[in-house]
Design a protein around this ligand. Sequence first.
Ligand SMILES: [Zn+2]
Length: 139
Amino acid sequence: MDEPPPRTDYPPLSTLSTGLRCRCPRCGKGPLLRGYLTIRDACPACGLDYGFADPADGPAFFGMSLVGLVGLPLFMWFEFTVHPPIWVHAVVTAPLLLGACLAVLRPLKGWMVSEQYVHKAAPPEWASVGKHGEGSKWR
Ligand SMILES: [Zn+2]
């Protein structure tokens, strides 16, 4: 019996829906990550090659920024209303902020890879012609 041909008509999916759930940006079913943050080679459900995916430091940057925007006002409110001793911040506040940064890394990485898929990200096709400082009049 012949296998059906591979499917090519995938409807566009929300990058937030697939990304935040760490699912394949094309089919929305297969997992994107293996382990905590490692991107798989391909989608086990539809076969999409994840070679295009390279969010680099983006998830860490956006995660720290997001946690900083939300966490800093909460930290300040806690400090100025409760006036806890410093050891409370070491035991409560610092682990909470660290945990929040780690908790948002996976969804943010999935979201950035989904955005790269939708916007057809590809490796650069140009090569640098010089090195830092060459040709510069700033000496
Ligand atoms: Zn897939």
